[in-house]
Design a protein around this ligand. Structure first.
Ligand code: MG
Length: 379
């Protein structure tokens, strides 16, 4: 793997919060990736909702398969750009570790419950998981990941939370949200790979679910162009093969567009080091035309899929499950597992506890505590 001068080099990492001896055969970003894969939070992703609830079907994406797809896309863009593949893989696999059960519905409800106690942001929660909540090492909490990995995991952060982070860790991962500087290119890339991944797989899952049709998506210019080209090349093709081939071509177009547009910008700004990158505008990007088309696809998915009445129905129930769980644990902390019950930051302990749950565990706990069954799979 040959690294560009503006890539993050594991040998020049800003290091771990708790110093550790180097590993004999793996660099520090490989080690981060391995720690993430072995973490408990990573295994839970398999039972967490991406868009469709876990029990709605075995073939829909979950947070786990989504994260693996993001890692795949990020790696295939990183290599031709000379960026650090180990680092993008680590960031991509960890980027959703802090997601609540039930996807965005869960996170919105938890954020409401925490309104008077600092709120709840899933990006910040992902950082809490790797910094604090994982319990695997004798000498420290969390996974003790490198600065660059942690920086990539903290994709967004409110100013208030950045100030809190900055007080705990001066000059650390919260700083760039106060200075308004950029993270390294690997972090920027994972951000875009996330968007590419969900745009593509939500078309697949959306059509599979029957909530949107192939004909509807074909009206969206970015997908429609590839759909037409596939039919031109294979006039007999239909059904799932037609859908897959159009998505495959769209994904390739998105990936090559990012590689081209980013190479162009890197050339135009003549960045030489990671420090140069941080001081610039974002450099990993779509071309202007592709940015607009990707946006249009996102808006279509937002209106026609994420806000589909059938999705909204589960959204409301999911929010109710989270709100009622929160109320139950806040009133009776002893209902939580040891380690969460006696914490002095009682509300945050409840938020950490709920955020860590898989969809099905949250449903079971809700039924146990309230005697009512919401979101139950159709018999
Ligand atoms: Mg994601």
């Amino acid at each position: 793997m040959s690294l560009a001068p503006y890539a993050c080099d594991a040998g020049r990492s800003r290091g771990r919060r708790h110093p550790e001896a180097p590993a004999p055969t793996r660099n520090d970003f490989q080690r981060d990736r391995d720690r993430i894969v072995h973490s408990t939070a990573f295994r839970r992703l398999v039972y967490k909702t991406q868009v469709f609830l876990n029990h709605e079907g075995d073939l829909f994406r979950t947070r786990l398969t989504h994260s693996i797809e993001v890692a795949q896309l990020a790696r295939s863009i990183a290599r031709p750009l000379g960026l650090n593949e180990d680092l993008v893989e680590a960031i991509a696999l960890a980027h959703d570790l802090g997601h609540t059960p039930f996807g965005h519905a869960g996170q919105d409800a938890l954020n409401e419950c925490m309104a008077d106690h600092g709120g709840f942001e899933h990006n910040l929660q992902s950082l809490r998981v790797v910094d604090k909540l994982e319990e695997r090492y004798p000498d420290f909490d969390g996974l003790n990941l490198c600065f660059e990995t942690r920086e990539g995991i903290l994709k967004h952060c409110s100013r208030a939370n950045a100030q809190r982070l900055e007080r705990r860790e001066p000059g650390g991962v919260g700083r760039r949200f106060l200075d308004r500087t950029q993270p390294g290119l690997e972090a920027q890339l994972c951000n875009l790979a996330d968007e590419i991944a969900y745009n593509a797989h939500d078309i697949d899952d959306g059509v599979r679910s029957g909530l949107i049709t192939l004909e509807q998506v074909a009206q969206v210019p970015l997908f429609g162009r590839h759909h037409r080209e596939v039919l031109r090349d294979h006039p007999q093709l239909q059904g799932r093969r037609l859908l897959y081939e159009a998505i495959r071509r769209m994904l390739s177009a998105l990936v090559y567009d990012v590689i081209g547009a980013t190479q162009h910008r890197l050339g135009a700004t003549a960045v030489g080091t990671v420090e140069d990158v941080r001081a610039q505008q974002p450099l990993v990007c779509f071309s202007e035309e592709m940015r607009a088309q990707s946006m249009a696809l996102k808006q279509f998915l937002f209106h026609d899929l994420y806000r589909h009445p059938r999705v909204s129905e589960t959204t409301l129930q999911a929010q109710q499950v989270v709100r009622e769980l929160f109320a139950c644990y806040a009133a009776r902390p002893e209902e939580m597992q040891a380690g969460f019950t006696a914490r002095s930051d009682a509300q945050r302990a409840v938020a950490d506890y709920i955020a860590g749950m898989t969809d099905r565990y949250a449903m079971r706990e809700h039924e146990r505590l309230t005697g009512r069954r919401l979101l139950a799979p159709a018999a």
